[in-house]
Every structure is written in C-alpha cells, then in structure tokens.
Ligand binder design. Structure first.
Ligand code: HDE
Length: 706
C-alpha cells in the first residue's frame, strides 16, 4: 500500500521546491510543427469554414452536425469564469523569496528562517474595486498577495499596499464593498470611490476614518506596483521552537522606494494607457530590472499584548514604528513573467487560512472572517478542486481523502478512501514529521456580538497620519477630498463628510469645504494629540539608491535633430538600464542635422503622451527645434511633463524651446554652458558627452522623487 501511496503522491506533487519544473509538466509551447486538432485529438482540415451544404453558385445552410465547429463555438461560449468579487483587476509574476538573517527567536518556520533556501513565489497585484477590464491607475487600495510554495505547503500572505483597513469586523465586508463598488441602480461609477455611496458608508463608520485618510493619500495612486510597500494588515502570530508566541505584522518595502503618480497623471493614464501598471511590471521583468522588496515583521511578545493604547488585533490601527520597529530579515524578488495570463494570474487563488507550521493566526476579527471567505470564494470562481490547478498546487507532497467533485484531476490508486483503514494508509503526521499543531491558546469569555473596548477609539491614528504628512502630501490629500466629494451629488453626503474631517483637522475640513461646499464647524471637534510616527510619510522611502533603471525616458526629435546629443542621451539612458523611447513627428525615418544619421521613432507625438514616461530629453538642432516649436502637441509634451514634476533635459537650441514652453517667471532655465538644474529642468547650451552624463545623473535624482 505504501508504494501505491508514494506513486500517487508523485503524481500530485511537483519536483520538490521547484515550481517552474512543476508547471513545465503542464505547459505546452505552440510551434509551426503543431497541427490543428480538436480537443479530443483529431486533426482538423480547416479553421475557416463550417461544414455546409453548398455549391459553386449557391450558398446552402451550415450543418449542425459539424463537431469541429460546434466544439469551437461551445468552448468559446464558456470561456468566462466569474471575476473576483473584489480585486478583479490584477497582474502577477513569479519570483523568489530568500531569508538573509534568520529570525529564529520568533519562528521555526523554515520558509522564514532557513537562509539556504530559495522559496518560489507567485505575486499578484491588484486594484480592489474595478472590474477585470478597468484601468490600473485609479485611486484605490492595491492588493499585494504572495503565494509561497514552501516545502511545508503553500503559505498565502494576502496583503495590501496600505497597512490598515476600513472595518474592524469581517461581518461588515459585504457592506463596505457594496458601498464602494458601482451603485446598484445604474452600475456607475467604475473603479472609483468618488460617489455618494462610498462616502455615505465612510461617514456611517467612524472606524473607517484612519483608512480613508490613507486612501486619499498618494499611496492610493502608485507610480508602479514595483514602488509600493506591502502589508499583511492583519495581526498574525509566529511561534518559535521554544513554544513562545509573538504577534506580528508583515511588512515589505521596495528597494526602488515608494513613489506615486500625481492625480492628474493618474486620471489621464486611466484613459491613455489603462494597462499602465501591468505593462510597467512586465517591461521591468523583461528588461531584467527585477523588482525587489525587503521583507520583515513588526513583532510584539505575547505578554505585551495589552501594553498599547490601541488593540493590537484591530486592523484599522497601525503599530507605530517608534513603538514597534520593523525588523527586516528577508528579500522578495520578482524575476519571471507568467506564460499565460488566464491559467496563472487569473486562476491563482489565495487563502489567508493557508499558513505553514511556525506561522499562526490571532483573534483579529477581520482575519478570522477572511479565513472563511477566501476558500469559499474560490469554490464559486474556480470549483471545489481549485487547489489542483497547476498554479495553485503545492510543490510538496499532497495526500488525503478529500475526493471527487467537479473537475477532479488527480487519480489516486488504492481501495480505501477513509481513515482509519485496515492498511493504516495516509496516517496523520506527527510533530516530528512536520505536522501543523495549533497553539494551545487559553480562551475564556461570554459569547456576544461585540468588540473589546479599545476597538471603539477611531480618530487617534487618523490624526497621527495627518500630522505626519509633509506639506506636499497634505496638499495632495486636500485635493483628493475635494475631487472625491465634488463627485458626490447628495449634499447630505458631502456636508456630513466635511464635518467629519473636522474630527481630524480643522484646516483640512475648512479648505475642503471651501471647494466642495458644506458648513464645517469653526473649531476642531476633537483635540489633536499632535503626535507623529515614522514609517508613514512616503518621503521616508526614497529608495535604496537613486536610479533611473527601468524608468522610461522619452527623447523628442524631429528632422534636423542634433545627432551627438541624441546619441549621448540615448546611450547614457540605455547604459543606466533606463528605457528610452524616441518620439518624433511620425513613425518613419527622421533625419539628423547634416543628413548623416537617421532614427525611426518608437512613437509619434500624437500616439504617445508624456504621462507614460518618467522624464523627457530634447536634443537641439535648428530645424528640429523649429518643427517642435510649431507643433502644439510637442509643446504640450514639455508643459505637461513639467506640470507633473518630471525631469526634463534639453541641450543646444532645445534650451530656448523648453524655456518658452514652461514660461514661468519663477523658473530660470539656465543658458549655461555647463549642465544646470532648476525645478527638475536640466539644461546645457553646448553639449559635451561628459556633461550629458551629469544631466542624466540629475534626472535620476529628479525622477526618484515623484
Ligand atoms: Fe480580501 N478578499 N477580504 N482583503 N483580498 C478577496 O478573495 C475579504 C481584506 C485581498 O490577488 C477575495 O480570492 C474579506 C484585507 C487581496 O487573488 C475575498 C475581508 C486585505 C485580494 C476576500 C477582506 C485584503 C483579496 C475575492 C474582510 C488586506 C486579492 C477574491 C474581512 C490585507 C487576492 C479572492 C488575489 C481578495 C474577502 C479584507 C486583501 C472575497 C471577507 C484587510 C490582495 O475572499
């Protein structure tokens, strides 16, 4: 019998620890050697014509008897599966997780302690509210879910890019999502929080106050999935070999820094390039600019659970980093794009309830509800056997007596399907063999539909967040509220919300009210404690070192461009692993000054927009600049890029062109012979290859900030 079990196990598992090999077994490559067949393997002679009764001069009816045509149409008719009820829009990639320094005082989980391991992972990023086809750059929380294919089973860490949540208790989840999704009568608006129902819900749930401050901040408009932090949000536990337990929050911080789009960019990109984030991730991985995150935890010993003025099990609260510092000990890298979207990014399914020995849950009421919801939703999305799908199945052995159901895939040999049985087959594992054992937590209390006392305080951390923001971040938050509440037509909604803002900051409330209407109180309705905390302002995360690696740089040219400046800029950008895009008046040969060189631009001025790049560079050239000066769209490129705080480089005649486009008295675009930088505009009248490298370095610094 044990032989049979071993064989069956082999059929189910992949080669140990290697998810790529495991997936390769199910992956087919298309080639010109392939011949078209039906799903049942019979070769087909035509993919163009349905079987018909026909003759040369008369077209007769199509025949229902054609099994090939029927199969194609039937398969097509059933291609769609339900999209995720939240987080429907997403992108994903494969990667690796490595432990750099073992936190064995916290946990015995090998995935978090074994420095010799490389655990394969799949990460799926997402927006929350939009449908599968919605735009990437909308204002929203981003999902950041990691599936770790560990030797001890799959561990799913289903996080977000914002460390807190709207509600404290999972029972409210359907309400917060219904209120935020398109309204029920007309299914409007798509992927937006800017509507009556969302803000009505926020007002009615004071516990959401902290979270909506984050959602109105620049965190909700990331520049790239690669430039977002990730947070497990809920409180988990780690168990060490001595049996000691810590409460933990998982944190992952990108080495590229935390950067955002400005709102105007995000709005425009939603129309100009709805796949902006998806493409950005893909492009970076293809260019081998592999995104990386430092991975760590905030840990609180079990004995200290009640030492804080907030409940550490409340998911609407952060653990301020001055009280509980983050301890980084591992790194996460994404290094391979998926082969097929549907079978990998769409079919991947996460469950917060899936943890491995050494990692556990807490009594966080949001987490406990999540632990029920994820498995359940996969059943309606993918069917009960969803864990057998290639992207979801573990790389370690799987064996049990869960059987049958729709689309059961595994064939298990043996005459019994229950335990205990006369063969002693498929016995429970011992601790030594790696069994998951629940922590023996002592629990006592009365059953009640209630939350503990500390869960009732809802404003302190909303103030903490606001107090910590830099002036620039505060301005962006004010503008976000002004935009959102302007989209609420019902005065009850925006007037009440303006009043609510006075619970956080009276200046915020009055400034927003001036724009959207409403009558806020004359004074703050709640005293501000004045506290700030580290780890909140995005400005604290500029990145490990300024880099233009994987940043997009547009080089604007026209006939007569200066080939020396062009080549120097293109070369310097490529050498620094940035992604240069040449933009010209047409996607056909553009001749240099002197007619010795030519370039075929990647895009023309109308086909691309400044929103899609991080910086622009314009080489001089008398004729080229004459053309650009009479082209409204080319001027718009410069003005818009400047308005979005992007680095702009110009040499030779282009210096005057940029100067004219910007035309702001406060900004002096230098006429210097040397490289000169002001307001992110880098200019040099006479180009020297060395000077240009300076310019690119300055541009690096500038792009790093926005
Ligand atoms: Fe989720 N959430 N969630 N959520 N969530 C889902 O599961 C749910 C919450 C998060 O890329 C669903 O597979 C409840 C917090 C991400 O596939 C569903 C509650 C956080 C993803 C679900 C929450 C998240 C989901 C829908 C309140 C941040 C996308 C499809 C108790 C830590 C995963 C699915 C992916 C997806 C339920 C709150 C993150 C319905 C009941 C807090 C990143 O099961």
């Amino acid at each position: 019998m044990s032989n049979i079990v071993a064989k069956a196990q082999q059929a189910v598992m992949g080669s140990q620890g290697d998810k790529s090999n495991d997936l390769a077994k199910e992956t087919k490559e298309i080639s010109d050697k392939d011949r078209l067949t039906t799903d049942y393997g019979v070769k087909q002679s035509s993919a163009d014509d349905w079987l018909k009764v026909t003759s040369q001069d008369k077209q007769g009816p199509a025949l229902l008897e054609d099994p090939f045509a029927r199969e194609r149409i039937m398969r097509f008719d059933h291609e769609r599966i339900p999209e995720r009820v939240v987080h429907a829009r997403g992108a994903g990639a494969f990667g690796t997780f490595r432990v750099l320094e073992s936190p064995s005082d916290l946990t015995f989980a090998p995935v978090l302690t074994d420095t010799s391991r490389e655990t394969p992972v799949f990460v799926r990023f997402s927006t929350v509210l939009g449908s599968r086809g919605s735009a990437d750059t909308v204002r929203d929380v981003r999902g950041f879910a990691i599936k770790f294919y560990t030797q001890e089973g799959n561990w799913d860490l289903v996080g977000n890019n914002i460390p807190v949540f709207f509600i404290q208790d999972a029972i409210k989840f359907p309400d917060v999502i219904h209120a935020a999704k398109p309204e029920p009568h007309n299914e409007v608006p798509q992927a937006q929080t800017a509507h009556n129902n969302f803000w009505d819900f926020q007002f009615n749930h004071t516990e959401a106050t902290h979270m909506f401050m984050w959602a109105m901040s620049d965190r909700a408009t990331p520049r790239s999935y690669r430039m977002m932090q990730g947070f497990g949000v809920n409180t988990f536990t780690l168990l060490n070999a001595k049996g000691e337990r810590h409460f933990v929050k998982f944190v992952y911080t990108p080495t590229l820094g935390v950067h955002s789009l400005v709102w105007d960019e995000a709005l425009k990109l939603a129309g100009q390039d709805p796949d902006f984030h998806r493409k950005d991730l893909w492009e970076a991985i293809e260019n081998k600019a592999f995104p990386k995150w430092k991975f760590g935890v905030q840990a609180i010993p079990e004995a200290d659970e009640h030492k804080f003025d907030f409940d550490i099990l409340d998911a609407t609260k952060i653990w301020p980093e001055d009280l509980v510092p983050v301890r980084y000990f591992a790194e996460l890298e994404l290094n391979k794009n998926p082969d097929e979207f549907f079978t990998q990014v769409e079919q991947i399914a996460f469950c917060t309830s899936h943890v491995v020995p050494g990692i556990g849950f807490s009594d966080d009421p949001l987490l406990q509800g999540r632990n029920f919801s994820y498995f359940d939703t996969q059943i309606s999305r993918l069917g009960v056997n969803w864990q057998e799908l290639p992207i979801n199945r573990p790389v370690c052995p799987v064996m049990n007596f869960n059987r049958d159901g729709q689309l059961r895939h595994t064939i298990t040999r043996g005459t019994v399907n229950y335990y205990p049985n006369r063969f002693d087959a498929v016995k429970p594992a011992t601790v030594k063999e790696g069994a998951y054992v629940e922590y023996a937590e002592k629990v006592a209390g009365l059953k009640a539909r209630a939350r503990s006392a500390k869960f009732k305080e809802h404003f302190s951390q909303a103030q903490l967040f606001w107090n910590t923001m830099s002036q620039v971040e505060k301005n962006h938050i004010i503008n976000a509220f002004a935009f959102e509440l302007d989209h609420c037509e019902d005065p009850v909604v925006y007037e009440r919300m303006v009043n609510r803002l006075a619970d956080i900051d009276i200046g915020l409330a009055t400034t927003v009210a001036e724009m959207v209407g409403g009558d806020p109180p004359k004074e703050a309705t709640r005293p501000n404690h004045g506290r700030k905390a580290p780890g909140i302002s995005m400005l604290e995360f500029p990145g490990e070192k300024p880099t233009i690696m994987s940043r997009r740089i547009a080089i604007l040219i026209a006939d007569g461009y200066d080939p020396v400046a062009y080549n120097a800029a293109y070369g310097a950008a490529s050498a620094a692993m940035a992604v240069p895009f040449v933009i010209g008046p047409r996607r056909a040969k553009v001749m240099s000054a002197g007619g010795l060189h030519s370039v075929t631009p990647h895009h023309h001025f109308e086909g691309y927009r400044s929103t899609m790049v991080d910086a622009i560079f314009i080489p001089g050239g008398v004729d080229a600049i004459r053309t650009l000066s009479t082209n409204g769209r080319a001027q718009h490129w410069v003005r818009e890029a400047f308005g979005h705080l992007k680095a702009i480089g110009a040499t030779g005649e282009a210096v005057d062109f940029v100067n004219k486009c910007i035309a702001l008295p406060a900004v002096t675009v230098s006429d210097s012979e040397e490289a000169h930088e002001s307001y992110g505009v880098v200019t040099m009248r006479h180009i020297k290859p060395d000077g240009l490298r300076d310019a690119v370095n300055i541009a690096k610094g500038c792009t790093g900030f926005f």
